[in-house]
Design a binder for this molecule. Structure first.
Ligand SMILES: Cc1ncc(COP(=O)(O)O)c(C=O)c1O
Length: 439
């Protein structure tokens, strides 16, 4: 037990917390103080099993000293390097390592600082790519209902979350349309792995092509597995069909792998797991094991080469002060080395059967209307309390935290995405606490 003083009362006022019910939280704060392996510790010294790898990012578990040491060493040697018209060796080394684990053909890397920035960067690259090859009429971007692509204006526009459309209706970028989502409880409830029904939902892309004409469409962006809107899985064959339709019409396919990247599904990227290679992958989170903010956009050789054939000078008018920050690159290199040494990029495949059996053991508990899973991701959907959407799941969230478990909820869906180092004993502990809370 390592109790640590914690702010209370007016000391909580100044910090405006993101995606948080601030007043509710400040009334009864939940404060984390330290983390190691599969566990957090609260400021009052309670051990909390981390069922969500922080926020889908700490894939190698908490407190990895190799990463800490690499970052500390880098900051001592060189704290910062401007990424515009200057380079530093680790930026090139990290891009090279990423390309090695990426699907074949995704051979170039643009660095960002978050998933949101990766998404907006990918959308800008898609638009600029068509313009660079003389196809400037391709200005439309397509997303999907229930998609989450971060919080930038591009990301909320292609995303399909109603709350964004309600809060910022005038700020949506023009020309965007959406595919139908693939969530179908009537046909697919309690699926193990990819759901059997719904491949035809990919044909919705043909509908949008007929409506807008392919000559106006630049790209379609989807999450291979949607996480933030409640673990929505692609029906068998769906991503393959999207790829085929994109190819037929010269539309770029972007996979937002901010949560599926770095081993979550059992392969380095979901693209490899599902055997579908997009033109662009966005990633972040697991890239540095959550230790330092960083994101990346992986693009195909075809896209990069198109830019490199244009007039001499700056090929893409885009970048961030902290793109390829030396500390982030050091963290990324150390993280990828851990993933390789410990086989973590494919470990989810090994652990998936035990995890799947454990989560499906929740079937039959009060209010559980679906359990779905893939690799080391699971979604448990609860019957909402009439008139109080989200309350049932959030009450479970609070109960779990009291009992020593961190989960994530969105609406009335519980998401689990433990670190890839998880062992059977953690699975037992996690499901033990969660099933007690549900009961
Ligand atoms: C698929 C997806 N894209 C983008 C983002 C945004 O990432 P960030 O919060 O790092 O901006 C997230 C975050 O959860 C995500 O799940």
């Amino acid at each position: 037990m390592n109790a640590q003083s914690s702010p209370t009362g007016s000391a909580l006022d100044a910090y405006w917390m993101p995606f948080t019910a601030n007043r509710q939280f400040k009334d009864k704060p939940r404060m984390l103080a330290r983390a190691s392996g599969m566990y957090y510790e609260t400021t009052d010294g309670r051990k909390i099993l981390d069922g969500v790898a922080g926020l889908w990012c700490v894939n190698a578990g908490h407190g990895r000293r190799e990463i800490t040491a690499a970052v500390a060493k880098q900051l001592e040697v060189m704290d910062y390097a401007p990424p515009f018209q200057m380079g530093h060796p680790d930026a090139f080394a990290l891009a090279g390592e990423l390309v090695k684990i990426a699907p074949a053909g995704l051979a170039h890397v643009f660095f960002t600082n978050s998933g949101s920035e990766s998404v907006d960067t990918a959308l800008k690259i898609a638009l600029a790519y068509h313009r660079a090859k003389g196809d400037a009429a391709r200005v439309r971007l397509l997303g999907r209902e229930r998609g989450y692509h971060g919080v930038g204006f591009g990301g909320i526009s292609v995303g399909g979350m109603t709350a964004n459309r309600k809060a910022w209706p005038a700020a949506m970028i023009p020309g965007v349309d959406h595919l139908r989502h693939t969530h179908d409880l009537a046909r697919n409830a309690f699926s193990r792995g990819l759901p059997a029904h719904g491949v035809e939902l990919a044909d919705d892309l043909e509908r949008l092509v007929s409506l807008h004409d392919a000559s106006t469409i630049a790209a379609v962006i989807v999450e291979p597995i949607a996480g933030s809107t409640g673990v929505v899985l692609p029906p068998k064959g769906y991503l393959q069909r999207l790829r085929a339709i994109c190819d037929r019409h010269g539309i770029l396919l972007i996979f937002d792998e901010v949560i599926t990247g770095f081993g979550r599904t059992g392969s380095p990227f979901a693209a490899q797991e599902f055997g579908v290679t997009p033109d662009i992958i966005t990633c972040a989170k697991g890239l540095t094991n959550g230790a330092i903010p960083m994101g990346a956009v992986l693009v195909s050789k075809k896209i990069y080469d198109t830019f490199m054939q244009g007039p001499a000078g700056i090929e893409l008018f885009h970048g961030y002060t902290y793109s390829a920050h030396p500390a982030a690159c050091a963290a990324g290199l150390a993280t990828l080395a851990i993933y390789q040494q410990e086989g973590l990029l494919t470990r989810a495949k090994q652990m998936a059967p035990a995890f799947e059996n454990a989560v499906h053991g929740l079937r039959g508990l009060p209010h559980v209307i679906d359990v779905r899973n893939y690799g080391l991701v699971a979604g448990i959907e609860l019957d909402p309390i009439p008139g109080a959407p989200g309350k049932r799941a959030f009450d479970i969230y609070l109960k779990c935290f009291e009992q020593g478990l961190l989960i994530r909820t969105t609406g009335d869906i519980i998401a689990l995405s433990p670190a890839l180092i998880i062992e059977q004993k953690h699975i037992d502990e996690l499901l033990g606490i969660l099933s007690c809370a549900l009961q």
